[in-house]
Design a protein around this ligand. Structure first.
Ligand code: MLT
Length: 388
């Protein structure tokens, strides 16, 4: 286990640079944190909920650990039924974030399970499995395999997939994803599918949910988040889908339901997301909410275009940025990802994320996020062009 979480290491480095160079204006395109304010539809819903809990009739104490029905119903209708996917309310568990869910889910898996993660990868999958003592194997994703992980050569029990991918910004088609579902069926494995960036998909053929692949409900758990979709990185709300068809086995071969296990775990360790926040999440599905959120997503996607186009004009090779807020670029030959990070910080005063921080095969790459303001994004690219 690395001494420090990737984004904490970067924050410390940037704080030190700022202290030593107080006159420099730093542009942060490192951690994927949003900058657009929460949309009016959600703010209005929160105000209304605040007023409501201040009344005798509207007061709420502990809510259901799994989430209020109004939100779970809205999720079923808008995120699944509208795409022809059959997900039921009791397969949905509302939570305070996909990071926590991706980390906590390991609670319901045996320590003996072998885990496969793509490399580079969102560090939470690796770190949480190392913390809980599981064996992890890496599946490289680089330009060589077009950022499409190859199926493991050995049998693995848990497989983390994240698409649109963090950090590379690349996607898988439904046909590619089907190979993983087939592998999981053949090997009795569980796919942990992180779809936190689903709202950024622009291309028709790209699946928004793993359940668009037939049979995926028997093998996959899906994570979704309002953080990047609706700017809830500070408000905190997400959900996990654990289909009832998904079965595991105890050491002595007894069939178990992951849905039941997660419910048991949730009731024991969690008291639910606040009523106010769940009303805000519900408002993301209102006509007004959908429209306002789409405007924000388009704003970030426009930034991604600016980054990609600008860097390509400057001779960089870039990936992602089309169905994703992340642009993954090749650092100049002869430089490591961290050397590029230091140089960018010192010369351009721009913060990004070194590819090697996401895993060994991220070496030689670098991630920039589109979550800044348009003005800063333009300025950052101009500065990079000037100094690199
Ligand atoms: C990232 O920058 O990779 C994300 O913001 C991290 C997260 O969502 O926790």
């Amino acid at each position: 286990l690395q001494d420090s979480y990737l984004f904490s290491t970067i924050a410390k480095k940037v704080a030190k640079f700022t202290e030593e160079n107080p006159e420099k204006e730093i542009i942060k395109l490192g951690i994927g944190d949003v900058t657009r304010p929460i949309v009016p539809a959600c703010i209005e819903a929160m105000h209304k909920a605040v007023d409501e809990i201040g009344t005798k009739e509207g007061f709420k104490g502990y809510g259901p650990e799994q989430g209020y029905d109004f939100l779970r119903d809205a999720i079923v209708k808008n995120d699944y039924k509208s795409r022809g996917i059959d997900v039921e309310k009791d397969e949905i568990f509302v939570s305070d974030g996909a990071k926590c869910d991706c980390g906590n889910i390991v609670d319901i898996f045996g320590k003996e399970n072998k885990v496969a993660i793509t490399d580079p990868v969102y560090p939470v999958y690796l770190d949480t499995n190392i913390m809980s003592g599981r064996d992890v194997i890496y599946l490289p994703v680089t330009a060589k395999n077009n950022f499409m992980p190859e199926l493991p050569k050995e049998k693995v029990d848990m497989i983390y997939l994240c698409f649109p991918n963090n950090p590379t910004g690349t996607v898988l088609t439904k046909e590619e994803l089907k190979k993983w579902v087939d592998y999981a069926k053949a090997n009795n494995s569980v796919i942990l599918y992180d779809a936190a960036y689903e709202a950024f998909i622009t291309e028709e053929k790209i699946p928004h949910s793993i359940y668009e692949v037939e049979g995926a409900k028997e093998v996959a758990i899906e994570f979704k988040s309002y953080s990047k979709t609706a700017g809830f990185t500070g408000v905190r709300c997400a959900y996990v889908v654990i289909p009832k068809e998904l079965k595991g086995y105890t050491k002595d071969g007894k069939e178990i339901s992951y849905n039941k296990l997660w419910n048991r775990r949730t009731c024991t360790k969690f008291n639910g997301v606040s009523y106010i926040v769940q009303r805000a999440a519900e408002a993301t599905y209102s006509e007004k909410g959908k429209k306002e959120i789409k405007e924000n997503i388009n704003y970030y996607l426009e930034n991604a275009k600016i980054i990609k186009k600008g860097l390509e004009e400057a001779g960089f090779t870039c990936y992602g940025g089309v169905n994703s807020p992340y642009v993954w670029l090749k650092v100049p030959d002869g430089m490591t990802s961290w050397e590029f990070f230091d140089e960018l910080l010192e010369k351009a005063n721009v913060v990004g994320t070194p590819g090697s921080g996401f895993g060994p095969h991220g070496e030689g790459y670098f991630r920039l996020t589109a979550f800044g303001t348009k003005e800063n994004t333009i300025k950052a690219i101009e500065r990079i062009k000037k100094v690199m």
